[in-house]
Unconditional design. Structure first.
Length: 178
């Protein structure tokens, strides 16, 4: 064995001994338990989002959909009722391939993302829905309620308050008819 090989062998042994020492010491240290995350009732979150659309509005804007898109949307709703949120999201993805900018499909995808606690995806879908939608009425309130609830979940109180303020601007009073 050459001097170089012997030195490399000793260095390897020293590193191994150091690692063993760290493992042994770790067993002696008392670890502080990390608080478990608070369970999120995602079903309640989705119910809150959908309830936001129930306010009395005179303005209702619904896009026309082709039959295939509507069939996929209804299949997604059936899967959601069965609790298959990933399957429902897949059906909505197929519908969005046919109508990529449909704000209702985007918001429904945001709500399915809430069920899955995928906060980033819920924000992305709700934001795109708002950008492509009427920016007024029930869909607008669903968009901003989604954003508000997600911001609350991630601890962004300023973002939550801002989303709540934006949601208030979605309701337009009906004109007085005589």
């Amino acid at each position: 064995m050459s001097a170089r090989d012997a030195a490399a062998w000793r260095a390897s042994l020293a590193a191994l001994a150091g690692a063993a020492l760290l493992v042994a010491c770790r067993g002696q240290v008392e670890l502080t338990p990390v608080a478990a995350p608070v369970p999120v009732d995602t079903t309640e979150m989705v119910a809150q989002v959908r309830a936001a659309a129930a306010a009395d509005d005179a303005l209702q804007v619904e896009p026309l959909r082709d039959a295939q898109t509507e069939d996929l949307r209804q299949a997604a709703q059936a899967l959601e009722q069965q609790g298959d949120y990933r399957g429902a999201l897949l059906r909505l993805q197929q519908a969005r391939e046919l109508s990529p900018d449909d704000p209702t499909l985007l918001q429904e995808a945001a709500e399915l993302s809430l069920y899955l606690a995928d906060w980033d995806q819920a924000i992305a879908f709700a934001s795109r829905s708002f950008e492509n939608g009427p920016r007024l009425g029930p869909l607008c309130r669903r968009n901003w309620t989604t954003l508000q609830l997600v911001r609350e979940q991630v601890g962004d109180s300023n973002g939550s308050a801002s989303a709540q303020a934006q949601r208030m601007q979605c309701t337009i009073s009906a004109p007085v008819r005589m």
